[in-house]
Design a binder for this molecule. Sequence first.
Ligand SMILES: Nc1nc2c(ncn2[C@@H]2O[C@H](COP(=O)(O)OP(=O)(O)O)[C@@H](O)[C@H]2O)c(=O)[nH]1
Ligand SMILES: [Mg+2]
Length: 305
Amino acid sequence: MGIFRRGLSKTRQSFFGRISQLLGNTEIDDDTWDDMETLLIQADVGFNTTVQVVDALQARVRAEGITRSDQLRDALKAELAALLSFPPALDISGRELSIILVVGVNGSGKTTSIAKLAHRLKNLSGRKVMIAAGDTFRAAAIEQLQTWGERIDVPVIANRPGSDPGAVVYDATMAAKARGYEILIIDTAGRLQNNYNLMRELTKISEVSGKVVPDAPHEVLLVLDGTTGQNAIEQAKSFQEASGVSGVIVTKLDSTAKGGMVFSIFHDLHLPVHYLGLGETIDDLVLFTPEFFVDSLFDDDDQEN
Ligand SMILES: Nc1nc2c(ncn2[C@@H]2O[C@H](COP(=O)(O)OP(=O)(O)O)[C@@H](O)[C@H]2O)c(=O)[nH]1
Ligand SMILES: [Mg+2]
């Protein structure tokens, strides 16, 4: 709970934690609903999701005979929690080799999240994890992954900058099989300038892994930069089309007040959020749990900063 509270303090202090102050203690009227809507939109909950939440709240207010605005805080908390669900376990067990493909735009936090995830799976779950440096576009991207790999003691299969990512993925998949690794995590490039090529490349990488290991990739995790709020939701739609995203990692929630976007990932994209990135160090990746998430957004007795 500690890391959730710390990590989400910006969103809490700017929005949800201030709901009581914002709504005051008055008869509920049109202004109350306007304020509520503004709060949700500003917290990046997204338009569709905001409308649904406000509708549901109004219904609840009628059904429960709530009349005062100070009673809305708990009702809002309940409605937001109802949008979320506990993410299913990653589909990475019960077979010889499971493959996780990680996609997302440049700078969203893919490589960092891969290192964090590999570290978690290796240390918390005791799995044999390997990484493929499928972002072959820049030398720095390969080196960054290799540096992480050394630090967390996870092998990284890489090729020269500019080489074919499909070939790297093929080599890594063969190496993982030959050496008895259970999980292969594939890093990818995320240049959006040429959307068409990027998406085609992802499809190809996906197909290459599927040729060596049946049904691979078993998970396609989309990494979304939390600081981009609703823009990330729009991006997600292209990735969903190209590579059949199975779940989401939301990064950088520690450095933004836009944490409300998590609700629209569940509600608008119908995708589970598996992990949250709440900082830049290796341990700052937490398993998403709806209860902790909502509680951390609302707890407003803030001492830390
Ligand atoms: N504050 C914060 N920074 C992050 C988080 N995840 C990634 N970053 C930073 O975001 C930048 C881009 O990350 P990187 O993994 O290289 O993104 P990629 O281009 O998608 O591979 C780096 O400076 C990371 O340290 C996070 O959860 N919180
Ligand atoms: Mg990268």
